[in-house]
Ligand binder design. Structure first.
Ligand code: MSP
Length: 527
């Protein structure tokens, strides 16, 4: 069923200098949760992720490892970045590499257009460059080094020395776009989110923009500038274009028109590239700007941004090997206010796994199915008359689905899960008060027991649907066990926005056995 809406979401494309850590996986999961939600809502959905393979950082890493940048990128993509998608259960529609021909060719098309239209000129550049950020650093982001780098100027993000570069470069007339960008932020307050990020971007652009150096000539690992092959395109200018080259820019106008513009999820450290440089590039080319750029916070370890270069990186499989991909996805999406920084700790992960997933949701599902099996030979009973307590469950379910959907619209992913969790809590409280095991002792209560167990099973049906974008594996198991496959079709085809409509679970459906959705995890330091 189509909703008539279209939704295109992207993650940043990841540098292939190293293997992924949980900070990268965090962006992937957030984009995937959104994509799955929209896909299941009948929106014409497209989700894109990929890898950023050009530039000095990758070149240096490959050289240090005694190989060519292409071979290095191929190895990292094959051995680390593609497997990550499986590790955390990502349902992306496409994966773009900046070394793909479809990308390189159309970066040149874009650049040539800007050149022909007078937005590019050549000049001299001198500045402090951070290879980690792949960016010339303004004075405000340069700090004094400490420890082994004492006495040197270092990047405030990477704490590594900056390099002074003096080159002949091509420049993009970005300064021409300051006012148009300010108008964009003003007229479309949703364009940069969250609010704190928006204010920061406005502040930055108000100071006036400089033209941007968009080529490098001291190395050749990149897309060649079409009119001067002694230069390669600046890696960020090249990378940002992936969002349009992946959906047909330059080669398939119909696909491009149907997908673009989309929305971008990015870490706050790369917000400026996406909310300032990228829309200015698009404006120069006469193309629509993205619907929205959302800057999420950082995963912190010991109070600092987690990163491989600072040796605080945790590989996603270290978590999923023990807890599984669903728990990984649920934990990061529910425990951190999306848009703010969040600290990761194993203790918090274990505690939430046990309390929320195993005891809160998993137990609810297995208890309910066990009772239907025990008291009704596995056949879902038809409800009798509803009492106020039952009607309250129905209201909670309907409100939760509506609130969760509204939160998804605002990209408040944590808020969406909090709304859904009101159903888990309501159903657990309802079972405690209704005591179906006590009702089952007396045949005179049979009708009441019918209603109570139908109510919980139907609540679980709604939960399976709205939780499926976050915990796809567990909800698929639950869906199959609820026996709804036959009567309602596949879980992924369930229209999510009408999941709160009461009464979709058909009485008479036979339920199956359900293994523990979130089994108890024995930790080595357990009692
Ligand atoms: N290649 C560029 C992006 C180009 S997009 C046209 C890049 N790559 S990256 O691999 O360094 O980072 C990709 C994303 O991972 C960024 O959004 C960044 O914010 C995110 N994260 C890296 N470390 C992170 C945390 N510790 N926490 C959350 N996200 C983090 O930048």
């Amino acid at each position: 069923m189509s909703s008539g809406r279209s939704f295109y979401v992207t993650t940043p494309i990841f540098y292939v200098n190293d293997a992924p850590h949980i900070g990268h996986a965090y962006t992937e999961v957030a984009a995937d949760m959104l994509a799955r939600w929209h896909r299941q809502s009948g929106d014409d959905t497209w989700s894109l992720t990929g890898t950023d393979e050009h530039g000095e950082k990758i070149l240096r890493t490959a050289t240090a490892n005694g190989t060519t940048p292409q071979e290095w990128a191929d190895k990292l993509v094959r051995e680390s970045w593609i497997p990550l998608l499986e590790t955390i259960d990502i349902s992306n529609d496409d994966f773009i590499r900046t070394t793909d021909e479809r990308h390189e060719k159309n970066v040149q098309v874009f650049l040539q257009k800007l050149y022909d239209d007078g937005f590019i000129y050549s000049g001299e550049y001198s500045g402090l460059y951070c290879v980690g950020c792949e960016e010339f650093k303004p004075e405000s982001e340069v700090v004094d080094g400490t420890g082994e780098f004492a006495g040197q100027k270092v990047c405030a993000i990477h704490s590594k020395p900056l390099e002074r570069l003096e080159e002949k470069n091509y420049f993009f007339r970005m300064s021409d776009f300051s006012q148009r960008l300010l108008d964009l932020y003003e007229q479309n307050p949703e364009f940069v989110q969250p609010e704190s990020a928006r204010n920061e971007v406005i502040q930055f652009v108000r100071q006036g923009l400089n033209d941007l150096s968009i080529s490098r000539s001291s190395f050749d690992w990149g897309v060649k500038v079409p009119w001067d092959d002694s230069h390669v395109v600046y890696v960020w200018f090249d990378a940002l274009l992936n969002y349009i080259t992946a959906v047909g820019y330059g080669q398939d106008d119909a696909t491009f028109a149907s997908r673009w513009p989309g929305m971008h999820l990015v870490g706050k450290d790369i917000l400026r590239f996406h909310a300032v440089i990228w829309p200015a590039m698009l404006m120069a080319a006469g193309l629509p700007v993205p619907h929205r750029v959302f800057g999420h916070g950082w995963l912190l370890v010991g109070g600092e941004k987690m990163s491989k270069s600072k040796l605080t990186g945790i590989a996603p499989h270290e978590i999923t090997d023990t807890f599984g991909s669903d728990a990984f996805r649920y934990y990061f999406m529910s425990a951190i206010h999306f848009g703010q920084d969040g600290s990761f700790s194993w203790e918090d992960l274990s505690a939430r796994y046990q309390a929320e997933l195993a005891n809160g949701f998993g137990n609810l599902a297995s208890r309910t199915l066990a009772m239907i099996t025990r008291y009704y030979d596995g056949v879902v009973p038809a409800p009798a008359e509803y009492t106020e307590a039952d009607l309250k469950v129905q209201r909670v379910v309907a409100e939760a689905v509506a609130n969760a959907d509204a939160a998804i619209e605002k990209i408040a992913l944590h808020e969406s899960l909090a709304a859904i969790w009101t159903v888990v809590e309501e159903l657990n409280g309802y079972i405690t008060v209704q005591e179906p095991w006590a009702l089952a002792k007396d045949e005179a209560n049979r009708e009441r027991l019918n209603t109570v167990l139908y109510t919980v099973a139907e609540g679980l049906r709604a939960l399976a649907v709205v939780l499926s974008p976050t915990i796809p594996k567990a909800t698929t198991k639950l869906w199959t066990a609820l026996g709804v496959e036959d009567s309602l079709g596949a879980l992924t085809a369930q229209p999510i926005r009408s999941a709160g409509v009461w009464g979709q679970l058909v009485p008479g459906t036979t339920v199956g056995a359900l293994e523990a959705l979130f089994p108890r995890i024995e930790t080595t330091d357990a009692e």
